[in-house]
Structures are given as structure tokens and as C-alpha cells.
Write a protein that binds this ligand. Structure first.
Ligand code: SER
Length: 594
């Protein structure tokens, strides 16, 4: 069968909605104009928030677009088959115009019509919001899909975690959604396998959000002035799925980049998938950030820091392919060529993009060169085959030379690196240079009494329990511990119901009663991440970290201390659960002695 290309799908989409009386609007900037709480535009609806709330859009109330988006929360996963930090989101919008019926009918036509995506109907599955105490079950959408001929065994009601959409901040226009899934044809992973399952049988390809609510920071929903539709179809994803590709990097989107990289390196993508993917993704995203008219440049804060990380990580992987920094510019040129017809700003800002990449490349190149010089000086004076932690740390501290590179060079020279010693030095240094702001210390380092230690372990159990309930995206946003209580902040977009609090209490107390041993292992940060340990990225890169495990239930990077067994904790009781800031909940809880 003929393969779909990105150009075709973009054109299909815009033409289809134009023929249904939508006005095509250009992508907004990749940096949100009106939202200081985020660094990048993360969804198609982001730039349209004021219009979803009722402001008049100059282009009318039926719009469609292809929006540039960046999501970097999964940056560590880039290199696998599917993760990207940049993507294009196809969307159609009703700003108080049509609602569920027209939206769903158009979606179904676009997916199944031989003139458009031409997906066999039996391959499609649909989900609707099951309803809860805040918003009713979306029977209307269900019935509309059904009336179009979708069989009941292709229709599912799913709860809020799956079928209610809001921006990551948890505040803003939102509503129940109806999601469309493609059946890959893989066997079901179990009897219960349905579109809510992430085994890979059913892949989400489109999302129709019916935005008729506004959620405030306490999680309260109020009806908006108007009923809107926000739909989102990830371009890279739909092409991957419909073409039956194993990886998003097999789509036409990456072909020119891949060829250029193969040519430059004289190496094959097939033999170097991880580095190729990281380079291609990071160069593409960096080019779009630099090309965005905002003049963002690599720096140590905010969007500039994300950009610096992307560029430096790309360079590290270029070096793994024996390429130098200047390849960055050659690859960025391919991205500009590939996209400038659609995103004119890339052509317009070409010189800026190339100059900034060059500058950052030179800077990082110097870092590496100086580091290498010192490295060879150090090894001249070695009296055994191990580079001391102190020397490895000096390289890192003085030149910003990543530990990973010291290790690589050491390997080439048949030497070892004392990574444990490095970690100790690193820690010493951190403690010395830390500005004392006890209030903002994660984990509250104030006191290491036995009572407080219990609460440290409790924090790990709480996080794992919350993740079990709401999914792996839950992270700890802060934690303050005294010998009497814990205050634990985490991201969640709604107030916890009484039932949810009960569930959390039960899970935590079960884990305490099970008497699970708490164990600790030291390993390089990268390995900890690979093993799935939770923890924040900051300051940890290249260092050795402690990973505390509570059986298979929890694995976290943490300095400790912790109790030896969960049965030391006593009984967990929630005292209060309230909003802390946008999308962040704060829980106060205590441990009672049995
Ligand atoms: N806002 C929804 C999403 O990002 C639909 O566009 O999935």
C-alpha cells in the first residue's frame, strides 16, 4: 500500500476542514505569548485560550491549523521508538459554533472517507467520558458515534483520567473528550484489554475535546460562556500509526535528516539508532526554538536552558558517531530546507539559527577540548589504572566536562574512573555551595531524627501510591517534614474526592503492614533513570546517586536517610488535602503509633 507522507496529511487535514467552512490560521509561536507559567506551547489549544473563553477571534469561529508544539518532560526517553520533543498538532476549532454532533461527524468522515485517511471502519475504536460527580456521562457523544454506524463493541466509556482534557497547569478551559483509536491488529494483551490499555494494541490518533467548562485553581468547574470544540491529532504519530511503522523515525519527516547524518558519519541509522534519534530530534527542536522570532538563545535559565541541553546532548551523540560540532549546522540546514515552505520563520531566521548553533557548538567544543587536555595531563601522572574521584570532579567542576565523557576517554585508554569518589566530591561541593533556603529544600533536611526518618520513607510510599492511582506522571513537587507530620506537594488537576483519599490511605497502610524492607543501592544517575527510579533531573547529571527501593513498589533517587522496614512507620492518616498552586495539591498527613 502507498505510504502516507506528512505533506499529504497536513494538506488533507487543512483542505478537509476548509471545505467544511473553517478558516486556516497559521501556527502561533512556539513560545506562548500570554502564559508565563510555561516555557513552550504544549498543545494546539494553548494559543487559543482567550478565544475559548469568549474573546472574538479575528478569523472567525471555525478555525483549523497545524500548531508547532514542544514537550520536554520526557526528554530522557528520546532515543526510543516514539518519543519526540517537538511535534506538529493538527487541530480544528469551534469557538462557540458547532458542538458534539458536527465535530464527531466531521472526525468520522475525515478518518474513514476514501478521499482522506480512508481507515477501514473495523480498525477504529472510540471512547467517551464516563462521568463523575463534577461532570455528567457523555451519552450524547456515545450516541452520535453509534448513529454513524459504530458498533457498541467499538465504543467505550472511560473515566476522567482518560477522557477529560485540560492543560498541564490544571487551570483553564476544559471538558470531556472523545478519543479515537486505531487497532494495530496485535492480539489483546488480556481479556480486559481495551483502548484504555497501553499495551500497544490500540493507539490513540485523535482527540475531540468538548470544552464547555473552566477549571479554577481549586479544581472547581464552572460552565463557560460558550461551548467550544478543540481537537488534536499529532502529525508525526498519525503517520507512524497509519503506515504501520515501528518507529516515528521511519516516517518521511526524518528521511532527509537521516540521510544527511548517514552521509556525514558514514554510519548506518540501523546500527546506531539511539544516537541518530537523539540527534535528529534535538536538532529539529533546537532549530524550531531558534527559528521562532523570539530570539531565544542558549543560556542557563528557562527556555534557553532547555535549548542548551538539547544542543549539548545532540553534540555528545554526534561525537559518539565520530562527528564534530559543525555537523549541527549542516543538519539544521536540512531541517530549515524541509520546513521553511510551511514555517517561513525558519528561512527568515536562518542566519540566526546557524550562528547560534555555531556559537554554542564552539563553547561546548572548548569545554570538551580543555577537559580532554586536562584528562591527558592527569593520566600521565597516574600510578594505577584508575582516575580518582577528585580528578574526575575537577574536570567536571572546572571545565563542565561531563562525567560520561571522562568515562568514555578512560575506556579508550583502558582506565577506570572512581565514580563513587566523584559522587562524594560532587556531594561535598553541593553542600558547600548550597545557598541555605531551608524552606525550599526538597525533603526538608532540617532534622534526621528517627521520627523524621519515618516520614522520609512515608514520602516514597505516598508518591508510589499516588502514581498507582493516577499514573506515572504524578511527581513530587515539594515536601516538608518535621518529626510530627509531613507536608507533601504533588501535581494533580483536581481536588481529591473522599473516595480517592480513602484509596490512598488504604494503599499506604497496606504497604506499611506488609513490612517491606527498604534497600539502598548506589549507581550512576543514568543507570538509576534507566532502571525507572523517580527523582528530579537537576544537578544530578553525571553523578552517582543513591537509589532507595521499597520492594517493587517504589524506587526513588534520594539521599536518605530511611527506616529499614515499612512496618516501622505506624498508621498513616491524611489530615488535609488542599490546593497549593496551579495544578499542585498539598497534603498534610501524620503517622500514628499503633
Ligand atoms: N487539547 C487536546 C490535546 O492536546 C486536543 O487538541 O490533546
Amino acid at each position: 500500500m502507498k505510504k502516507l507522507t506528512s505533506k499529504e496529511v497536513r494538506n488533507f487535514y487543512l483542505n478537509f476542514f476548509e471545505s467544511h467552512n473553517h478558516t486556516i490560521i497559521p501556527s502561533a509561536s512556539i513560545v506562548p505569548e500570554n502564559d508565563p507559567t510555561v516555557l513552550f506551547t504544549t498543545a494546539g489549544m494553548h494559543p487559543l485560550v482567550p478565544y475559548l473563553l469568549g474573546e472574538k477571534h479575528p478569523a472567525g469561529n471555525r478555525l483549523c491549523d497545524v500548531q508547532k508544539c514542544i514537550r520536554t518532560s520526557d526528554i530522557e526517553d528520546v532515543g526510543d521508538a516514539s518519543h519526540l520533543t517537538f511535534f506538529e498538532m493538527l487541530g480544528n476549532w469551534s469557538l462557540g459554533d458547532y458542538f458534539k454532533e458536527e465535530a464527531i461527524k466531521m472526525s468520522y468522515e475525515f478518518l474513514t472517507s476514501p478521499n482522506y485517511l480512508n481507515i477501514p471502519k473495523e480498525k477504529l475504536y472510540f471512547t467517551c467520558f464516563a462521568g463523575d460527580e463534577t461532570a455528567p456521562r457523555d451519552e450524547e457523544s456515545y450516541n452520535i458515534w453509534h448513529s454513524l454506524g459504530v458498533a457498541e463493541d467499538h465504543l467505550f466509556y472511560l473515566p476522567k483520567e482518560h477522557n477529560f482534557w485540560i492543560l498541564g497547569s490544571g487551570i483553564g478551559p476544559c471538558g470531556p473528550d472523545s478519543e479515537m483509536f486505531y487497532d494495530t491488529g496485535k492480539p489483546k494483551c488480556s481479556e480486559k484489554c481495551d483502548p484504555s490499555c497501553d499495551c500497544g494494541k490500540y493507539l490513540e490518533i485523535w482527540n475531540d475535546v468538548f470544552m464547555e467548562y473552566y477549571r479554577d485553581e481549586d479544581g472547581k468547574l464552572t460552565k463557560l460562556k460558550q461551548q467550544n470544540v478543540d481537537t488534536g491529532m499529532g502529525l508525526e504519530r498519525i503517520i507512524t500509526v497509519l503506515n504501520g511503522y515501528e518507529s516515528v523515525y521511519d516516517t518521511d519527516i526524518f528521511q532527509n535528516l537521516k540521510e544527511k547524518l548517514e552521509q556525514l558519519s558514514n554510519k548506518k541509522y540501523e546500527d546506531n539508532k539511539k544516537s541518530f534519534r537523539i540527534i535528529m530530534d534535538h536538532v529539529r527542536t533546537s532549530t524550531f526554538i531558534l527559528g521562532d522570532d523570539h530570539g531565544i538563545t542558549p543560556s542557563n535559565i528557562g527556555a534557553g536552558y532547555v535549548l542548551r541541553r538539547l544542543i549539548r546532548r545532540a553534540i555528545r551523540h554526534l561525537r559518539k558517531l565520530d562527528l564534530m560540532e559543525d555537523s549541527l549546522m549542516k543538519l539544521a540546514n536540512v531541517v530549515i530546507e524541509d520546513y521553511q515552505d510551511i514555517y517561513h520563520e525558519l528561512g527568515k531566521n536562518k542566519d540566526f539559527i546557524i550562528t547560534e548553533l555555531e556559537k554554542e557548538g564552539v563553547k561546548f567544543g572548548k569545554t570538551i577540548k580543555d577537559g580532554e587536555k586536562l584528562f591527558y595531563k592527569v593520566i600521565k601522572h597516574l600510578d594505577n589504572d584508575t582516575i580518582s574521584g577528585e580528578d574526575a570532579f575537577k574536570l567536571f567542576d572546572t571545565f563542565g566536562f561531563p562525567l560520561e565523557m571522562t568515562e568514555e576517554l578512560a575506556k579508550e585508554n583502558n582506565l577506570n574512573v572512581d565514580t563513587k569518589g566523584f559522587a562524594e566530591k560532587f556531594k561535598e561541593h553541593q553542600e558547600k555551595s548550597r545557598t541555605i533556603d531551608a524552606g525550599s529544600f526538597k525533603g526538608g533536611l532540617a532534622d534526621n531524627s528517627y521520627e523524621s526518618t519515618k516520614y522520609h520513607t512515608l514520602a516514597h510510599i505516598m508518591l508510589a501510591a499516588l502514581q498507582q492511582m493516577y499514573g506515572p506522571d504524578i511527581v513530587q513537587k515539594g515536601c516538608n517534614i518535621t518529626s510530627e507530620r509531613i507536608r507533601f506537594d504533588f501535581n494533580l488537576n483536581h481536588k481529591m474526592t473522599d473516595d480517592e483519599k480513602k484509596t490512598l490511605t488504604n494503599i499506604v497502610n497496606e504497604k506499611i503492614q506488609e513490612g517491606i524492607p527498604v534497600t539502598m543501592e548506589e549507581m550512576p544517575y543514568e543507570e538509576a533513570k534507566e532502571k525507572g527510579a523517580h527523582g528530579t533531573f537537576e544537578d544530578k547529571y553525571g553523578s552517582i546517586v543513591k537509589v532507595y527501593s521499597i520492594g517493587n513498589f517504589s524506587k526513588e533517587i534520594c539521599g536518605g536517610p530511611h527506616v529499614k522496614n515499612t512496618n516501622e512507620l505506624g498508621k498513616f492518616r491524611i489530615i488535609k488535602e488542599e490546593s497549593s498552586s496551579a495544578g499542585v495539591r498539598r497534603m498534610k498527613a501524620i503517622l500514628e503509633n499503633n
